[in-house]
Ligand binder design. Structure first.
Ligand SMILES: C[S@@+](CC[C@H](N)C(=O)[O-])C[C@H]1O[C@@H](n2cnc3c(N)ncnc32)[C@H](O)[C@@H]1O
Length: 263
C-alpha cells in the first residue's frame, strides 16, 4: 500500500466512525451505561489526584457530554469536541448553550494541534473511552499529552472481552471487534514523555449480557459497532448457541493522568 492509499483508507475509516456514532447520537445516552460508569470513575480519579488545574480545558470525543457535565464548572473555558457533528449537537442540547464558558467544535482528536492555535494551549485535555477509535491510539495519546500540562483519559485495553474472543478463536477466526491498545505500549509511550509523571489504574469490569445478541447490541445501540478494518462478516451461529443462556464479558479500562512535572 502506498502512503497515499494508507491516508485515504484512514480518512474513510475516520468518516465511517463519525457516521456510525452520528446515526446513534439521539439514543446514545440511554444505552451508554459503560461510558457513564467510566466517565464517573475518571472524574473521581482526577478529583482524588488534585482535580483540573486552572485554565481552559479541551475534551476529545465528548459524545453527548457524559464526562463534560461532570467536569465543566460555570465560568471555566471548556471546549467540548467530537468527530461527529450529530453527537456534538446532542451534547449541546443536553447540556444547554447557556452554560457559561462551555463551547463546542467538531474536531478530529488524532490531528488536533492546539499549540498551533493563537490561544494558549489547554491547561488540561480530557477524554473518556474515545482514543481507541484513533488509527494509532498509542501515538495519538502521546501526541495529545505533549500539548498540555495534564492529559486525563480512560481507554479500553487489549485483553477486553476475552470470553467473546475465545468463542471466535474456537472457530478459527477473529471477531469483528475493534483492536484495542495494549496497556504496556500505552504506558511506555507516555512514560517516555519526560518530564512528566503518570498516575494510572486498570479496572477489570465484568458485564453480564443475557445473550450474544444483547452483547452485540451494547455496541450497536451506541454506534460503536464499526468493525475492525478488513473484517469480513461470516455466520456466527455457533457463537449465538454458545452464549444462548448468557455471557459475562469483561472489559479492561485504563484510567490515566499524564502530568507535566510541577503540576
Ligand atoms: C464511545 S463514545 C464516548 C463518548 C463520550 N466520551 C462518553 O463518554 O460518552 C466515542 C466518541 O468518540 C468520538 N470519536 C471517535 N473518533 C474520534 C476522533 N478521532 N476524534 C474525536 N472524537 C472521536 C465518537 O464520535 C464518539 O462520540
Amino acid at each position: 500500500m502506498t502512503s497515499a492509499d494508507d491516508l485515504s483508507s484512514r480518512m474513510s475509516q475516520t468518516q465511517a466512525v463519525a457516521q456510525s456514532f452520528g446515526r446513534r447520537a439521539r439514543d446514545y445516552t440511554r444505552h451508554a451505561q459503560l461510558q457513564q460508569h467510566s466517565a464517573r470513575t475518571l472524574a473521581a480519579f482526577l478529583h482524588e489526584h488534585g482535580g483540573l488545574p486552572a485554565g481552559p480545558v479541551v475534551e476529545i470525543g465528548c459524545g453527548t457530554g457524559l464526562l463534560t457535565e461532570l467536569l465543566h464548572e460555570p465560568g471555566r473555558p471548556y471546549l467540548a469536541t467530537d468527530l461527529s457533528p450529530e453527537m456534538l449537537e446532542q451534547c449541546r442540547s443536553r447540556l444547554g448553550d447557556q452554560r457559561q464558558g462551555l463551547s463546542f467544535a467538531v474536531l478530529d482528536g488524532q490531528t488536533a494541534a492546539f499549540a498551533a492555535q493563537p490561544a494558549a494551549p489547554p491547561s488540561a485535555i480530557v477524554s473518556n473511552l474515545t482514543c481507541q477509535w484513533f488509527a494509532d491510539p498509542v501515538a495519538g495519546l502521546a501526541r495529545l499529552a505533549r500539548q498540555t500540562p495534564l492529559l486525563a483519559f480512560s481507554v479500553p485495553l487489549a485483553g477486553s472481552f476475552p470470553e467473546w474472543e475465545a468463542a471466535f478463536a474456537d472457530l478459527g477466526r477473529s471477531s469483528g471487534l475493534l483492536p484495542l491498545p495494549d496497556e504496556r505500549s500505552v504506558l511506555a509511550a507516555l512514560e517516555d514523555l519526560a518530564p512528566r509523571r503518570l498516575v494510572q489504574r486498570v479496572e477489570e469490569r465484568p458485564q453480564h449480557f443475557p445473550s450474544a445478541k444483547a452483547f452485540a447490541d451494547s455496541f450497536r445501540l451506541i454506534g460503536a459497532d464499526q468493525p475492525r478494518q478488513g473484517y469480513t462478516p461470516a455466520p456466527i451461529r455457533p457463537v449465538l448457541r454458545r452464549f444462548a443462556s448468557g455471557l459475562d464479558a469483561t472489559v479492561r479500562i485504563l484510567y490515566c493522568l499524564v502530568m507535566r512535572d510541577g503540576l
